[in-house]
Design a protein around this ligand. Structure first.
Ligand code: ZN
Length: 249
């Protein structure tokens, strides 16, 4: 059950901040974030089974992240949703993403939620046989593997609440990013382990955590834990991404 929390135009220091925990089958091979494409340059992790990604950033300042919607057993004959996410990271503007997603045919993919932002505007797509797009107001928006607004989606409510609290408590961006790392590694003490943002159940769980942002001057921030964030430390790829994107601080 992936969790993706977008902090959209709340902070003066960074109009786009994302915390994304990727939950996946433990045996599914993947590699951590790297420059996977040029023109435009795309920085993201890769799923080695299908070749797609779960979230990333490109040189035009676009963030795209995707969570599977677990409405029913997926149809294995359909194109990988991660490949669509990678395709969208190849776009040069949010309008281009919007156009491409809008044109996605009926039944082309298994159900998913997608979040995309250029730091000025943000959109969330629910694809369940066909795309439904909403533009997001400035604020904190959590997306999981449930349809947005579902009763019983405790993790979405928990994540939004915790991140909103962290935003109001943090004195500066660096402190907030550190708080997001702490939130990413949190376990619920009681109840369903799948309700934890850092989730561990037999054969499945949180495989990695990404904290991605763009600062007010467009500088990229990219922190990544190559393993469950309760065990693996976050590495800072920000300088690598800035160089790959040709960003001059
Ligand atoms: Zn954990």
């Amino acid at each position: 059950m992936c969790t993706l929390v977008l902090i959209h135009r709340v902070l003066d220091a960074a109009p786009l901040v994302v915390l994304a925990n990727r939950d996946e089958m433990l045996g599914r091979p993947s590699v951590g974030p790297r420059l996977v494409r040029r023109e435009p340059a795309v920085f993201c992790g890769l799923d080695l089974k299908e070749g797609g990604t779960w979230c990333g950033l490109n040189e035009h300042g676009l963030f795209v992240g995707l969570t599977n919607l677990t409405l029913h057993a997926p149809d294995p004959t359909k194109r990988s949703r991660g490949l669509l996410c990678l395709d969208m990271l190849g776009c040069r503007s949010l309008d281009q993403v919007h156009g491409a997603v809008s044109a996605t045919g009926a039944g082309a993919y298994n159900p998913f939620n997608m979040v995309a932002s250029d730091g000025t505007r943000a959109m969330r797509v629910r694809y369940d046989d066909r795309p439904a797009i909403e533009w997001l107001e400035p604020g904190v928006h959590a997306t999981t593997n449930w349809p947005v607004g579902s009763e019983g989606d405790a993790k979405r409510v928990w994540s939004e609440t915790r991140v909103k609290q962290a935003v109001s408590d943090a004195p500066d961006l660096g402190s907030l990013l550190d708080s997001l790392q702490d939130i990413a590694r949190t376990h619920e003490r009681d109840g369903d382990p799948r309700a934890s943002i850092c989730c561990h159940v037999p054969g499945y769980g949180t495989r990695s955590s990404s904290i991605v942002a763009r600062t007010a001057d467009g500088g990229p921030i990219y922190r990544y834990s190559d393993g469950p964030p309760c065990e693996a430390r976050f590495e800072d790829f920000s300088a690598v991404v800035a160089e790959a994107f040709g960003h001059q601080p």
